[in-house]
Design a protein around this ligand. Sequence first.
Ligand code: SF4
Length: 380
Amino acid sequence: MWENLDFSKVVDYARDPYGSIRAWKEATGKKVVGSTLADVPEEVIYAFDVLPVTLLGTHKPLKKAPSLLPDNACSLARSNLELALSYEKDLFDGFVLPQVCDTTQHMCDIWRINFPDRYVESILLPRQVNRDSARYWVREETERLIQSLSDWTGKTIGVDDLKRSIAIHNENKRLLNELYEMKRRHPGVLTNKQLFALLKLSMQVDKKELNETLRKIKGALGGTEGEEKGGYTPVILTGITCDPLEIFDLFDEIKLNIVADTLVTGTRNLQGIVDGDKEPIEAITERHFRRGFFSPIHDDVFKNVETLKDLYSRYGAKAIVYVHIEFCESEEYDVPDLKVAMKKEGIPFHELVTEYQTLSLSHVRTRLNAFFESLQGASR
Ligand code: SF4
């Protein structure tokens, strides 16, 4: 299904992967489990021969979610619930849901009540990773998830199953990292949209199959010099997700090259490589401490600022673009402080506001063009 895709298919599937997941499910007879962002150990779900799918919203109208979540709940949370309730209700056999912010705190209960006939499991990972008890807790939660999946599927998995799954997931991240590096150095070889479509699709479909596509793309691009950096403006992208995919067309149109990002659906996912030589549960636990817990509620308020400053100077970027999901309360706390900090550092900073049910990007295009025109004008 996903092993031999050209870029037009990659973009089509990344925009709406659910038709292909449905066809895959019918062909394989396997189960599909959806998870919201972030940090659900998908290697564990995959080891049970179940497809883990990261839920990344729908652009279709909201019908049922508004009666379950208030209007000021974030656009992603409402959109994900709608996706599962209305548009793909028979696709998912179950859900594993993490808590990352106030909005998601009681979300698992809402899903449990609304999907009484499905498997619904929560996973609660610690935010304060420097406590002694945190490591114990992550391991316990991972083992609890394994037991829960085992009870549901009636299967038992061993070390070899986990290692096989980890190897597939690691290879996926390595291949994507290599493609990212190629594009960073030679922006002409891949568009922003193509790269971020691959990143998104990798979180939603069978990685074993998609890895074949990634290997073929890498082979086809290998040795391609592509256009050099000339004519492209290097930028850093930050936020949680960047949706719809057509936002990347706007970047491509004015020759912005995204050289680094901090998106949960971008580089943060690629940082999740697990040590394949270690005992698997220990290795999955260790990742949590190496990468840190995803939460837009920060323990260290300066970490965001320092990370962005570092990426900006390391990659010689000319600006930082922040993608703000409408009504993401946590981002709404961050943005004013980030703006002030970037201004103080003399780093050009632009905020885009997105909403899952709005596909019109004319306001985003106008503001993005104006920002980069003024930036070019200032540097002349
Ligand atoms: S972090 Fe923001 S976008 Fe993610 S679920 Fe919470 S409020 Fe929504």
